[in-house]
Design a protein around this ligand. Structure first.
Ligand SMILES: NC(=O)c1ccc[n+]([C@@H]2O[C@H](COP(=O)([O-])OP(=O)(O)OC[C@H]3O[C@@H](n4cnc5c(N)ncnc54)[C@H](OP(=O)(O)O)[C@@H]3O)[C@@H](O)[C@H]2O)c1
Length: 265
């Protein structure tokens, strides 16, 4: 039976806000996080405050072997999946060739390869179960090149295009696929990437809370939208690449990201 919502990366930011909102509604959850202690604390808190059913699955999504075990669990074992939310992701910021290659590889593994693997397992399971829904988290960055965050922006472009393609493939099987493209959202994401959020905000970027992103997303999901871009100003940013030369777009976005990279300590 398709009952559970699987959320990757529920320990902070948008994933936490989604987990909180779904638990408050009494939705059974399967939470996937790499830090077992943070996962256990979150699960206990959601059970205690909301009486929610929460299954914990510790998994480092940068580790292909651990992701394989999770994919097999999705494909073969109970519980069934009502909704898969591929939220976990991270960014690096700065000149690509100056980054640690291990971090860039981990980024591709977490943001791209693991997301695709979990979609592969969930699609099979949902088709066999007669339906389901997948929500992949991309970004407004996925609509444009991102100099000084080149690998991240490209990973989110993959998520956007992959999700739209998969949506068409699964439409006849009662499996919905939506892609969430948030704009700048206040979360630990920026600190982890060494990005100075204050500089981005000072540059005029609209900043949302994770709770607002979660609220808009969960309100939209029952309509099975192809693409969710919370807030009108982010929708303007998402379509802006169509209206100017890409050479200008590369310069403007690159300037923003280069300036936002925090100075080295
Ligand atoms: N914040 C923004 O402005 C923004 C804008 C557009 C799109 N997004 C996207 O939204 C999603 C959520 O980001 P957020 O802003 O909520 O950031 P966040 O607060 O840093 O949350 C990211 C989550 O992903 C998890 N994660 C990272 N690497 C992982 C790994 N190897 N294995 C398992 N889990 C891992 C983190 O777990 P740990 O706590 O263990 O690191 C955390 O729970 C990401 O895909 C991000 O790219 C964010």
């Amino acid at each position: 039976m398709s009952t559970h919502t699987l959320i990757t990366g529920p320990t902070s930011g948008i994933g936490l806000a989604l987990a909180e909102a779904l638990a408050a509604r009494g939705e059974p959850l399967l939470l996937v996080a790499r830090r077992a202690d943070a996962l256990a604390a979150l699960a206990a808190d959601l059970r205690q405050r909301h009486g929610a059913e929460v299954i914990e699955h510790a998994c480092d999504l940068a580790d292909a072997a651990q992701v394989e075990l999770l994919a097999q669990r999705i494909e073969r074992q109970a519980p069934g999946l009502k909704l898969l939310i591929n939220n976990a992701g991270f960014a690096t910021c700065g000149a690509f060739d100056e980054q640690d290659w291990r971090s860039e590889l981990d980024l591709l593994q977490v943001n791209v390869v693991s997301l695709a693997r979990l979609c592969h397992a969930a699609a099979r399971r949902m088709k066999a179960d007669g339906g389901g829904q997948i929500l992949n988290v991309s970004s407004v960055s996925g609509f444009m090149p991102g100099p000084w965050m080149s690998n991240y922006a490209a990973s989110k472009a993959y998520v956007l295009h992959f999700s739209e393609g998969l949506r068409e493939e699964l439409a006849g099987h009662k499996v919905g696929v939506s892609v969430l493209c948030p704009g700048t959202t206040r979360s630990p994401f920026f600190g982890k990437a060494g990005i100075n959020l204050d500089k981005i905000e000072a540059g005029g970027a609209p900043v949302m809370t994770p709770e607002a992103v979660a609220r808009i997303t969960l309100a939209a999901l029952p309509r099975n939208p192809a693409i969710i871009v919370p807030r009108w100003i982010n929708r303007v940013l998402a379509v802006s690449p169509r209206f100017g030369p890409r050479s200008l777009l590369r310069k403007v976005v690159g300037r923003l990201y280069r300036d936002a990279a925090a100075p080295a300590a």
